[in-house]
Design a protein around this ligand. Structure first.
Ligand SMILES: [Zn+2]
Ligand SMILES: [Zn+2]
Length: 227
């Protein structure tokens, strides 16, 4: 977590590498190197040379064109400690919380918790679960991870159809708060051109490369009520 390696731009570049070179040495958190490496180990060692070698193949111009992201990258070393540690420690003291309680609970605990549930998408969601869309890849569907990460645990779907903003077949609001957030932003015009996948394309893919567990998720009935 040192330097500016966690700005949105850096995180997005790593994530694009993760999708383009999934489960190879050019994937920053290559899950074939084990649970620990894909969870947090990848942040504790130098990046694999393949990541540097292939990094230039990732086009980041769309994100660099965004002034908000450039601002966040430029001032990361001020913004990160301020928003992540200083404000969460200071604000609870306004209603009488002790400095240490505020520091350990709303700063440190929140930070450790959010990092770990985010990392579960790279570790657990590449290991334990079913593969209704593509049985030839490692990412899986897992309800427990989806619950804590607010959406992205539908990882077999997400790696099969990475352009779908829902990161899941259905906008199941009980497990997919990320979709609810993006939908809300779309309503006020802050998000637009949302891409998704038609039920027809999903069905064909499920039949062609799925592991046969699609039925168990009950999506067919849900399709009639939601979407
Ligand atoms: Zn992704
Ligand atoms: Zn993944």
């Amino acid at each position: 977590m040192v330097g500016s390696t966690d700005s949105v731009l850096d995180w997005a570049r790593d994530h694009r590498m993760h999708h383009k070179y999934s489960e190879t040495d050019a994937d920053p958190h290559n899950a074939t190197r084990g649970f620990f490496f894909s969870h947090v180990g990848w942040l504790l060692v130098r990046k694999h040379p393949e990541i540097k070698a292939k990094g230039h193949t990732i086009d980041m111009n769309d994100l660099w064109a965004d002034p908000v992201l450039r601002f966040q990258k430029k001032y990361y070393l001020i913004l990160m400690p301020l928003v992540c540690f200083i404000l969460p420690t200071y604000i609870p003291t306004l209603w009488g919380e002790s400095l240490w309680n505020a520091y350990f609970v709303s700063a440190i605990f929140r930070y450790v918790y959010v990092l770990n549930v985010t990392w579960l998408v790279n570790s657990a969601a590449h290991k334990w679960g079913s593969k209704p869309y593509d049985k030839h890849i490692n990412p899986v569907e897992t309800k427990s991870v989806s619950l804590v990460v607010l959406g992205e645990g539908f990882h077999n779907y997400h790696h099969t159809f990475p352009w779908d903003y829902k990161t899941a077949e259905l906008g199941n609001y009980s497990l997919n708060f990320s979709k609810l957030f993006i939908d809300t932003m779309a309503k006020i015009g802050w998000a637009y051109d949302l891409k998704t996948v038609s039920a027809d394309v999903i069905e064909k893919r499920v039949k062609r490369t799925g592991d046969g567990t699609h039925q168990e998720w009950g999506y067919e009935e849900l399709h009639e009520h939601t979407q």
